[in-house]
Write a protein that binds this ligand. Structure first.
Ligand code: ATP
Length: 368
């Protein structure tokens, strides 16, 4: 197995900067989930590791080898795509064994490896079938089998579950995690679904416009997002952002917007915020850190404000409230029993211990 290193990798397509000075080290045996919006450079990153694209500048290492001049077939990586690209005229067995046949392995060894892989993936009974005789999830597993059977140093997965329906997707996610635990292969897994990244990745790398925004464990990205983009991208429904002025009073610090809210910043959250006295900052509050006042007993000091119910979205296990606060719309996660109707004004309690602060100019987190 092997680590994968991007050493200041830039990739241009004509004048389009697909990746800008990417610095990433994927640890040996790690499962790295790479997320970001459409066009941010995720697929390009994988194609560079596979050798299907060349960096415009910078270097890529797999294990301890510089692979810049290595042909794709010599890199010992396997890529699984969103479209499974199985050969339709071949059986599942022939599809899985294909890469081994190309390598000229002895027939007995091919048979053993295909059987072992098929058992691992729970498709041993399906090996005689053609792709058209398999379900979407089964086809996806055959495509995975074709990658696993080669026993590569690195797996590259490009949205491999996005063709599956929600239920199958969640199940296959769990299977992939189990498989990774068994195989222990270094994996880079691309998805635009932050929830998938949160549940699967040992660490997550967030890209935007070809620039790495932050890389870390899921809980680190969730609890200590390094900038406003990461804060808004990780977590669903997304974090609420409001513009506020930092105001001191009697040794305490408040973030406020005249006529709308005035929240006391708990001492332990102040950090470097006291450098912004009298200035505007962006505050962030996740929907799960805002409460309808009738649903919460514990109230931090100076944590109440009022807003108007704009929309109610009952989801069964919870109800999402969209509240109007001046020109902003806030999302609040409430219980399914919440007793509100559209147009009503309601008191909201903010868990001020969970406030995030961002510099209005740089969008960088002020305290992390
Ligand atoms: P998606 O989630 O939509 O698949 P992505 O994050 O995988 O997007 P990439 O496919 O890596 O994004 O593309 C990154 C940028 O590079 C985009 O602006 C894209 O238009 C551009 N790009 C990618 N491949 C080429 C190419 N062969 N020629 C020109 N531009 C390209």
């Amino acid at each position: 197995m092997a680590r994968v290193i991007f050493d200041r990798v830039t990739k241009m397509f004509g004048s389009v900067v697909a990746l800008h000075e990417l610095e990433i080290e994927v640890h040996d045996r790690e499962f790295l989930a790479m997320v970001g919006p459409s066009g941010c450079g995720k697929t390009t990153t994988l194609r560079l590791v596979a050798g299907l694209e060349q960096p415009t500048s910078g270097h890529i290492y797999i294990g301890n080898r510089l692979v810049d001049d290595l042909a794709p077939k010599d890199r010992d990586v396997a890529m699984v795509f969103q479209s499974y690209a199985l050969y339709p005229h071949m059986s599942a067995y022939d599809n899985i064994s294909h890469p081994l046949k190309l390598r000229g392995l002895p027939k007995v060894e091919i048979q053993q490896r295909v059987q072992r892989t098929a058992q691992l993936l729970g498709v041993a009974e399906l090996l005689d079938r053609r792709p058209s005789e398999l379900s979407g999830g089964e086809r996806q597993r055959i495509a995975l089998g074709r990658a696993i059977v080669r026993d590569p140093q690195v797996f590259l997965m490009d949205e491999p579950l996005s063709n599956l329906d929600m239920k199958l997707r969640v199940r296959t996610r769990a299977e992939l995690i189990r498989l990774h635990e068994q195989l222990g292969a270094t994996t880079i897994y691309v998805t635009h679904d932050q929830q998938e990244a949160m549940t699967m990745g040992d660490r997550i790398a967030v890209l935007n416009h070809g620039v790495l925004q932050q890389m870390g464990a899921p809980t680190v990205l969730y609890n200590r997002p390094g900038n406003q983009f990461v804060a808004g991208f990780i977590g669903s429904p997304a974090m609420n952002f409001l513009t506020a002025t930092v105001a001191p009073e009697g040794g305490r610090l408040f973030v406020e917007s005249t006529g709308l809210f005035r929240l006391e910043v708990p001492q332990e959250r102040v950090g470097r915020l006291d450098r912004y006295l009298g200035q505007q900052v962006i505050i962030g509050l996740r929907p799960e850190n805002l409460f309808v006042e009738t649903e919460i007993e514990r109230r931090p000091p100076n944590s109440r404000f009022e807003a108007t119910v704009d929309l109610i979205e009952p989801l069964g296990n919870e109800t999402l409230l969209y509240l109007r606060l001046g020109a902003d719309l806030l999302t609040v996660r409430a219980s399914p029993e919440v007793d509100l109707s559209r147009g009503r004004r309601t008191g909201i309690i903010a868990d001020t211990a969970k406030l995030h602060f961002f510099d209005i100019q740089t969008q960088r987190a002020i305290n992390y």
